[in-house]
Write a protein that binds this ligand. Structure first.
Ligand code: GDP
Length: 513
């Protein structure tokens, strides 16, 4: 693949079962020069990664790590960053979204917006990432298209602009009408792609034409105004209808995607916006994956290239410490495949071999001024557990392991004034499992977990917490930076606390950074 081809880097966000994997597979099939190791997700297809990544991945047949897939389409190199689904949900899923320029939101037309979509959407909104929407499963009896648009507008507080419009759904699905070019992609059992000008379509009943024309004129009159600026700043989402499984509407989606998706953007670093065209190479580490090969105990730092060009063997500086290093071992990743990368451009993801130099959020620069990309947000954990080492004699390894895994961003660490045990926090259960596994295999420490009933963390931004305000249901802890955090069991406990203590201001982690 040419290194000069323009890049489009995106991730798909969705609730499990909305059709993310199916859509990804169909999109990959449309691209030339597909490179993917065959497992978009192993679990359902029964395929397992051929790599020697963590056993935990093999046992569960899942991809713990977010992999990167590439395809060439319409003279653009499209980088797709996989975000793990629900069971595998972790902070990595959120962090991956910091490395993309566009997100595609897949919504199940039967279910509408679901919990996981909403969570991931919030991260996109916080980062100002443009969102394209694909409403999937048109071959099923879903919600009314107009109701789905209303739901997006109300729940996500974002304008919608349909790019195409279904003619019937479920058993009565006839086709989708492309609004910009007044053509219809006909739905057929064989999944052949047949496109006709609307006026030449003979198979529609009168009522189907009336419905379609009525709805289109309603959209023209009452719909939102489309501007590319609104798409780019995330205030309007172009909406596509289709069925990933039937490969229906997927190609027209991709044709528009390459036009609408944002090119690699200037990113904020040390108070300035660094454009991708800057002559100096720079990038940031958004994820660290350890133990991809247990025989070598190596770690891979995933770097998003932001400016300049990356070349293998180049000398770079780690902004945090000023340490200079040569990047000889760089890889691109296609699920389990590793391939050496010689050159990478803004928008690309490079895996760097790491012997313990990098932390999540690190900036790397090659020449030019020393800059630091915006700090990785702290994502509010939703699961907490008290941990202790089973064998007290192992406390040295225990503390070392804890320190390193926290530094890698595997889990979040909290201390409480009320007892000695550490409290670990995570956004998904999988993080606990990975933590336990790695403590055992890398640091030889067996740990005991006691899951806590708390589900909400709020950072105290104003006021002082006294002993009278807290109890086991609303517990005071301190994060790694020593900030006060209150853990609540549920929304009710949180609201009750806020009513009783109006002088205390609370924030969900990512707002305070
Ligand atoms: P993910 O969990 O979001 O990755 O969802 P998958 O792509 O694995 O799809 C979940 C289920 O929905 C699978 O059984 C798919 O075959 C099915 N599915 C995906 N797209 C469609 C579609 O367009 N129509 C129908 N009827 N089923 C679909």
């Amino acid at each position: 693949m040419s290194t000069e081809t323009p890049r489009r880097t995106f991730a798909i966000i969705s609730h499990p079962d909305a059709g993310k994997t199916t859509l990804t597979e169909k999109v990959l099939l449309l691209g030339g020069g597909i490179r993917s190791a065959g497992t978009v997700k192993g679990k359902k297809s029964g395929k397992f990664a051929t790599s020697d990544w963590m056993d935990i991945e093999k046992q569960r047949g899942i991809s713990v790590t977010s992999s990167v897939m590439q395809l060439l389409y319409d003279n653009k190199q499209i980088n797709i960053l996989d975000t793990p689904g629900h069971q595998d949900f972790s902070e990595d899923t959120y962090r991956t979204l910091t490395a993309v320029d566009t997100a595609v939101m897949v919504i199940d037309s039967v279910k509408g917006i679901e919990a996981q979509t909403l969570k991931l959407f919030k991260v996109c909104r916080m980062r100002g990432i443009p969102i394209l929407t694909f409403i999937n499963k048109l071959d099923r009896e879903g919600k009314e298209p107009l109701d789905l648009l209303a739901e997006i507008e109300e729940v996500l507080e974002m304008e919608t602009f349909p790019m195409n419009w279904p003619i019937g759904t479920g058993k009565r699905l006839k086709g989708i009408y492309s609004i910009p070019d007044e053509t219809v992609e006909m739905y057929n059992e064989d999944h052949d792609r047949i496109i006709k000008p609307y006026k030449d379509v003979t198979t529609l009943e009168d009522y189907e034409r009336e419905n379609l024309e009525g709805e289109i004129s309603l959209l023209e009159e009452a719909g939102n105004e489309f501007t590319i600026e609104k798409v780019r700043n995330g205030s309007l989402t172009p909406v596509f209808f289709g069925s990933a499984l039937s490969n229906f509407g997927v190609q027209s989606f991709l044709d528009q995607f390459v036009k609408l998706a944002a090119e690699p953007q200037a990113r904020k670093a040390s108070g300035d916006f660094i454009p991708p065209s800057s002559p100096h190479f720079s990038g940031f580490v958004f994820k660290i994956q350890a133990n991809m090969n247990p025989n070598h105990r190596d770690r891979i730092a995933f770097l998003r290239v932001c400016s300049g060009s990356f070349e293998r063997g180049m000398e770079v500086t780690l902004s945090r410490s000023g340490k200079k290093m040569k990047l000889n071992q760089s890889h691109s990743f296609f699920a389990s495949d590793r391939e050496t990368v010689e050159k990478a451009l803004p928008g690309d993801i490079v895996g760097l071999y790491d012997s313990g130099n990098f932390e999540v959020g690190d900036t790397i620069v090659g020449g030019g001024p020393k800059i630091q990309y915006e700090e990785m947000p702290q994502f509010p954990p939703e699961k907490f557990a008290k941990v202790t080492a089973k064998n007290a004699m192992k406390h040295k390894q225990y503390h070392k392991g804890m320190e390193q895994l926290v530094q890698e961003g595997t889990i979040q660490l909290y201390k409480t004034p009320y007892f000695e045990d550490y409290i670990i926090g995570a956004v998904g259960e999988l993080q606990f499992q990975v933590f336990e596994y790695r403590m055992k295999h890398e640091y030889k420490v067996d740990i005991d977990f006691i899951h806590m009933t708390h589900e909400l963390a709020r950072w105290v931004t104003k006021g002082k917490i006294t002993d009278q305000m807290t109890d086991s249901r609303k517990m005071l802890v301190h994060d790694q930076q020593g900030r006060s955090v209150l853990l609540f069991e549920n929304e009710f406990a949180l609201r009750w606390f806020q009513d009783k203590n109006p002088d205390i201001s609370l924030s969900t982690g990512w707002e305070i950074l």
